[in-house]
Design a protein around this ligand. Structure first.
Ligand code: ZN
Length: 531
């Protein structure tokens, strides 16, 4: 193989100057992706010191196998780091690794879709560490003492930068090189998995009481679980482009309430727990591991026929919960071809085939608008002018136009009934489209939990009551639906106007936000607990 000028020079020099030259070269190669992909980078002296020490430790390693393993590992974590920066706009955190673990299927679809545009990152990170390996022949003989010294130096350097104010802290820091952040994040993830004993709050037990006798009056309650819908991209909520013409028209009918509310969490799996189970607290494992406030269970106990019809994968069933109480359970796994071709439109076909009774509780789970946005819209629905490259706002808007069609069609399946009907639609979490430079979901931020909510009913008393509320949470929606079953949740842990937004894990292990929602609906953050 031809050597570059640098490598030729490196082999000509000897002794101390060679070690020094190698160190500088390895340092430069480690930070090379930062130079290429992180605009306006301002790094503090500590990070320079850390990367220099790591470069020296790499040069010290004399066992080829260990060096190969070490460099491959560094290369992989740097690829994940820079792909994360490009996709989300921020450094990867321990919580993001939880998201990667929990939503591995969604992530793999996204990776396949974006592979070509992210290929330069992959190439840069791999090449950096391949070149470091090429610099290797500093020491002709393998030296176990030198390798042990290298490992010890790496371990102590990581420990040193991970202790802040006397405590372990793996939070990403934008004033540090990505390499340092990547290593700390992986260490934080491993630590939270194996070393950290998570302390849960000891909440008082919930109870459920019946407030109205079970009635045989015909009624249908429909709860549509939306996906990644941003109210700022919906004309129903004032967006300039008319992305939701059907929902706007439906709103004008007068029996529709809509507002921007707050999700129980900022990622799909975590949020599904709060959408289908009345749970308020962020780390209430007693309640999250029980189904006493599960909507299907309480519907069944109130004499409803229950349906869960989902365009999502089976894995969300465990978060939604209550499967023993579901009479008709259909997910994407039963009709993979149909869903893959028709997308969420196939939900309408499934609804048409159901046998409804006088009392129905129907939960419909959408896939639209999960990323990749292009793949949530059927080809037949896209107009050529809307086939825009990934991440373009227009692409998200295009998916929103399709979302409007699906949601309004689902409402249309039930809102012509002469019997009483109550239809709820909301999103699992928000989808950021560049707000504060951030994209996607999973960020532990209030903005990531702001969700559109639409409720339609022919029960005017009910609408009158719900209109008194300016902001609803997933907890409020569950409590309202449970109220329609003729029951009431008694939660001794409630505090006036205080609610929570969970991170990626519904047991609070990935942090949470404590918020206050006063009567006027003006939400404020009280406290953010990052873990
Ligand atoms: Zn989601």
């Amino acid at each position: 193989m031809k050597c570059s000028f640098g490598l030729k020079f490196q082999r000509k020099i000897t002794g101390t100057s060679r070690i020094f030259f190698n160190n500088i070269l390895v340092f430069f190669l480690i930070i090379f992706p930062d130079i290429l992909y992180r605009a306006n980078l301002h790094v503090n002296a500590m990070s320079f010191f850390f990367v220099t020490t790591m470069a020296f430790a790499i040069c010290l390693c004399c066992q080829r196998k260990i060096l190969r393993f070490m460099l491959s590992f560094f290369s992989i974590i740097q690829i994940i780091q820079f792909c994360h920066i490009k996709y989300f706009g921020i450094l990867i955190s321990t919580s993001s690794l939880y998201l990667l673990e929990k939503e591995i299927l969604d992530v793999s679809y996204e990776v396949m879709d974006l592979f070509i545009s992210y290929f330069p990152i992959l190439l840069t990170c791999v090449l950096s560490f391949v070149l470091i390996y090429k610099i290797y022949p500093t020491y002709p003989k393998e030296n176990i003492k030198s390798t042990l010294g290298s490992i010890l130096l790496i371990a102590s350097s990581i420990l040193y930068v991970s202790i802040i104010d006397g405590q372990l802290d793996f939070t990403p820091n934008p004033t540090r090189f990505a390499f340092e952040n990547s290593i700390k994040t992986v260490c934080g993830y491993i630590y939270s998995k194996v070393g950290k004993i998570h302390k849960f709050n000891n909440y008082k037990a919930y109870s459920v009481e019946r407030i109205k006798p079970i009635s045989n009056d015909p009624v249908t309650i429909v709860y549509i679980l939306g996906e990644s819908s941003n109210s700022e991209h919906m004309s129903l909520f004032g967006y300039d482009e008319d992305t939701t013409p059907n929902l706007r028209k439906m709103f004008q009918s007068g029996n529709v309430y809509c507002t921007v509310g707050i999700a129980g969490a900022v990622s799909t799996i975590s949020s599904c727990k709060f959408m289908c189970n009345a749970i308020r607290e962020p780390d209430n494992i007693r309640q999250t591991s029980s189904d006493t406030t599960n909507l299907f269970r309480l519907a069944k106990e109130s004499g409803f026929k229950t349906f869960y019809i989902s365009a999502q994968q089976n894995n969300l069933c465990s978060s939604v919960g209550g499967t023993p109480y579901i009479d008709v359970l259909i997910t994407r796994m039963r009709y993979p071809k149909e869903f893959s071709y028709q997308r969420d439109t196939f939900l309408l076909d499934i609804i048409d085939k159901q046998e409804f009774t006088d009392k129905n509780f129907v939960v419909i789970h959408q896939r639209c608008i999960h990323s990749p946005y292009r793949k949530t819209v059927p080809n037949s629905f896209c107009t050529p002018s809307r086939q825009i490259k990934h991440r373009d706002t227009l692409l998200y808007n295009n998916a929103m136009v399709y979302n409007d069609y699906v949601i309004s069609s689902l409402f249309g399946k039930f809102n012509k009934s002469k019997n009483k009907f109550y239809i709820f639609w909301t999103s699992d979490h928000n989808e950021l489209t560049g707000q504060n430079g951030l994209y996607g979901h999973g960020h532990l931020l209030l903005a990531c939990a702001r969700i559109p909510i639409i409720i339609q009913s022919n029960d005017q008393d009910f609408l009158c009551e719900i209109r008194k509320k300016h902001c609803l949470t997933h907890y409020d929606i569950c409590s309202t639906i449970i109220g329609l079953f003729g029951m009431r949740i008694i939660n001794p842990n409630e505090e006036k106007e205080i609610y929570y937004i969970n991170g990626i894990d519904y047991d609070g292990k990935c942090g949470y936000i404590k918020i206050k929602i006063p009567q006027n609906g003006d939400v404020t953050v009280r406290e953010t607990i990052s873990k």
